[in-house]
Design a protein around this ligand. Structure first.
Ligand code: PHE
Length: 358
């Protein structure tokens, strides 16, 4: 630093040389320090050290007062140039550091070449989808949807459907009984027929009854302890077997395709007389015979028949004046046939690999 002393040519000369040298040294040193500052904090340190209020440049500027007034403007201008150059360099360095930090952060967080993250989308369970399709087809034919309870009385599930306790047909339905005497989980949706009739008498009926059924069975690829059924019931004057066949063939065409043939085979149910089972042409081999249809060319899809007079009577309808038809189908079975699903257990296992296919 320039010595304080009486102003004069000599002192002035020396002082000026000292200050010029000090400025040049400071310029070089500060520029190098700015260049090597690696981050914002280091940069700030450099700024304070050289350009701050108590920094090196400020100290030099204070020394100007000792100079010959005649020399002050020249050296003052020089000092200001240094100051401006350093400030510009500081700003440039700060921007360069910021830009580098920004692009580093961007490349760390956003890799535009990564595949997008899939948004998990919920959807309807395959059973719900097929139930809705079945309901829609029958709604188009004028059937209303009627709900009846899963927990039923033994009387509704069996007796009123013409299945007395001693009847061998009870063997067809293995049953979950509750601890309450005479209360069980329905083994089929058919008890809903009695409920629908008792509520509708004496009006004509055209309803379907979708719902869950339960059977006390060994769970295998072909049988579950719970599954859906869709029951159908039409009661009125002059309802005939022709109506039954027409309705169900029309359903099969809408469900499986208009070109698909259907057939009725004689069968037995205690609550229908006569009884039948309906088959559709195998959807896989189209009737030629394959493993799915066990070489028969046909797939059984539902049971049906004309409502038994005793059942009509139990529902409150006079069998001499009224007649009706009924049918029952298993939506899971239909889904299995449509999509060639080989194991019914997939439906309630909640395995997303299965469910996501629908
Ligand atoms: N309830 C019968 C079953 O579970 C199906 C059926 C319903 C048959 C209505 C005839 C009429 O197998």
């Amino acid at each position: 630093m320039a010595p304080r002393g009486p102003r004069g040519a000599f002192f002035g000369e020396r002082g000026m040389r000292d200050i010029s040298e000090a400025l040049a040294a400071l310029d070089a040193e500060a520029t190098a320090a700015l260049e090597s500052a690696a981050d914002e904090a280091a940069l700030e340190q450099v700024r304070v050290r050289y350009l701050g209020r108590k920094g090196a440049l400020a100290a030099i500027l204070r020394a100007l007062v000792d100079l010959d007034p005649a020399q002050r403007p020249a050296i003052g201008k020089c000092a200001n140039d240094v100051k401006q150059r350093l400030e510009a360099a500081l700003t440039a360095r700060r921007e360069a550091l910021l830009a580098a930090a920004r692009s580093a952060a961007e490349s760390a967080h956003v890799d535009v070449t990564l595949p997008g993250r899939p948004i998990p989308m919920g959807r309807l369970h395959p059973s719900t989808q097929i139930l809705r399709r079945i309901c829609q087809i029958f709604a188009d034919m004028g059937f209303q949807i009627y709900r009846s309870p899963d927990v039923e009385t033994e009387e509704m599930n069996f007796e009123l459907l013409n299945i007395p306790a001693y009847h061998p047909a009870r063997d067809m339905w293995d049953t979950f009984y509750t601890t309450e005497e005479g209360i069980l989980l329905r083994t089929h949706t058919s008890p809903g027929q009695i409920r629908a009739m008792r509520e509708s008498w004496p009006h004509p009926i055209r309803v379907i009854l979708p719902g869950m059924c339960y059977r006390y069975e060994q769970i295998t690829a072909r049988s579950e302890i719970q599954f859906h059924q869709v029951e159908g019931l039409a009661v009125g004057r002059h309802v005939t077997m022709t109506d039954l066949k027409g309705t169900l063939v029309s359903f099969a065409h809408r469900m499986f395709g208009a070109e698909r043939r259907a057939r009725f085979r004689a069968s037995h149910f205690p609550f229908t007389e006569p009884s039948a089972e309906m088959d559709v042409e195998c959807i896989l081999c189209e009737g030629a015979g394959c493993a799915l249809c066990k070489q028969t060319g046909w797939l059984e899809i539902l049971g049906c028949g004309m409502v038994h007079p005793t059942v009509l009577q139990n529902g409150g309808y006079d069998p001499m004046a009224y007649s009706g038809f009924a049918f029952g189908m298993g939506p899971e079975r239909i889904t299995m046939l449509k999509h060639r699903i080989e194991d019914i257990r997939y439906f309630w296992t909640n395995d997303l690999r299965f469910l996501e296919q629908f």
